[in-house]
Design a binder for this molecule. Structure first.
Ligand SMILES: Nc1nc2c(c(=O)[nH]1)N[C@H]1C(S)=C(S)[C@@H](COP(=O)(O)OP(=O)(O)OC[C@H]3O[C@@H](n4cnc5c(N)ncnc54)[C@H](O)[C@@H]3O)O[C@H]1N2
Ligand code: MOO
Length: 394
């Protein structure tokens, strides 16, 4: 059995990034840029007013002039009607172009309008309330580096920079296969000895959130033919994930079926709890990840191994970010497998408390936990208040 750290390294080293594709900016949220983004425009493209008020020449204010002749209005979206002469002011709106000659805007609150004149009370401050052309960015500036995830804020930046299409890393297609005679799908009638397939819909949600394109392929029943037929679908995907049948039982057909089809294992077990039977290998050009059937084992290992694989497809190094917290109770010595303990973080004290039910089938505990406490292999007992590493669950 290999360590979790080695398993993650094998996944990262095995999987190469996907090709690039062009997508319209409006559909690019969450995607990973495969090329840097360069501004096609300057922003703002002109010297603009930052406030509603009056554009003036600051030199006039420095000369003590307070009474200005009004020289029309500059409204947003329109070129200023005229250049500003000495002792003239122009009514101006926020975002409107500054007239030529002006270099300051006096805010409306410091003005008194009198017919064709305006009285302005302000000191000379060249550039005050003016947004210089290019203060945000200039045409040709490199705005966002390759490898960055596109956020809504980045979409705003690129839209204003005149970028309409972006080059991103293609989303890996992830096929998901469940296994087991005991399973029925949500909405189907369950017999007295059957349970509802709960892991597959959770994985579909996780995969989409992690940047993959999930495709659910149904349930392989507990016989060899059916299992091989489902595994053969792997060729249409970048990654095929199987759920269950990973262990050593008489009805666990996955491993022999995988090998019959020519699959090659890269690792077959991980010294981790929950999730020991998790395996990884390749079948033709497709990477395959076998998750255990116990729901908590599957969903914890999905975070650690499947997420790493998706990030490798996206050219990202998946670093598990562990934080530290004080243990809310004492913790027993750990066995030989690195263990992820389902726990709740007390928002007030910041202490983390393990949940009572640590069974790897307990979906109620996983759904109510906010973090996993990482207990290294063979860790000694720990007193309440001592620091532990935690992995927050999102
Ligand atoms: N003799 C041994 N038995 C087991 C070992 C072992 O080392 N020696 N390992 C145990 C560990 S650890 C785990 S984890 C499980 C993993 O078993 P499998 O991957 O073979 O999973 P199944 O037997 O198919 O199912 C286990 C459990 O999970 C339920 N299940 C399966 N699929 C789903 C699904 N899609 N949604 C919800 N629940 C699912 C299934 O009904 C079983 O209850 O093996 C131990 N045994
Ligand atoms: O690894 Mo199993 O996941 O201990 O239940």
């Amino acid at each position: 059995m290999i360590s979790l750290q080695d398993a993650i390294a094998i996944v990262q080293q095995s999987i190469s990034p996907m090709e690039s594709e062009a997508v319209p900016l409006g559909q690019a949220n969450g995607r990973i840029l495969s090329a840097p983004v360069v501004a096609m425009r300057t922003q703002p493209p002109f010297n603009a007013s930052a406030m509603d008020g009056y554009a003036v020449r600051s030199a006039d204010l420095a000369d003590g002039i307070q009474n200005f002749e009004l020289a029309g209005e500059s409204a947003a979206g329109h070129r200023a009607p005229t250049a500003l002469e000495a002792a003239q002011a122009m009514r101006i709106s926020t975002g409107a172009p500054l007239p030529e000659g002006a270099d300051q805007v006096v805010i409306q609150e410091n003005s008194q309008r009198q017919g064709g004149h305006v009285r302005l009370e302000d000191t000379a401050r060249p550039g005050a309330n003016v947004r210089k052309a290019g203060i945000d960015f200039a045409e040709g500036d490199r705005l966002i580096a390759a490898g960055q995830r596109i956020t809504p804020d980045a979409i705003a930046l690129m839209a204003s920079a005149g970028v309409e299409v972006v080059s991103v890393i293609a989303r890996p297609r992830i096929g998901i296969v469940s296994t087991g005679d005991e399973l029925v799908e949500m909405g189907e009638e369950a017999g007295p000895d059957q349970i509802i397939n709960s892991i597959a819909p959770a994985l579909v949600a996780h995969v989409a959130g992690w940047g993959g394109e999930p495709v659910y392929l149904g349930i392989a029943r507990d016989n060899r033919e059916n299992t091989e037929a489902r595994l053969a679908l792997a060729r249409d995907f970048d990654i095929l994930v199987t759920i269950g049948g990973a262990s050593v039982g008489d009805h666990d057909h996955l491993r022999p079926a995988f090998e019959t089809l020519g699959g090659q294992f890269r690792f077959e077990k991980i010294a981790v709890k929950p999730g020991k039977p998790t395996w990884f290998g390749c079948l033709g050009d497709t990477w395959c990840i076998g998750l255990p059937g116990n729901p908590v084992s599957a969903l914890v290992m999905a975070r650690l191994i499947l997420r790493t694989a998706i990030q490798a497809c996206l050219g990202q190094a998946h670093e598990l970010v562990f934080q530290t917290a004080a243990a809310g109770t004492e913790l027993a010595a750990n066995g030989s497998r690195e263990t992820f303990v389902r726990a709740v973080e007390d928002r007030r004290t910041g202490r983390v408390r393990p949940l009572d039910n640590q069974d790897s089938s307990a979906q109620s505990a996983l759904a109510s936990s906010t973090c996993l406490i990482r207990r290294p292999a063979n860790a000694p007992p720990l007193a309440a208040g001592e620091r532990v590493e935690i992995l927050r669950l999102d």
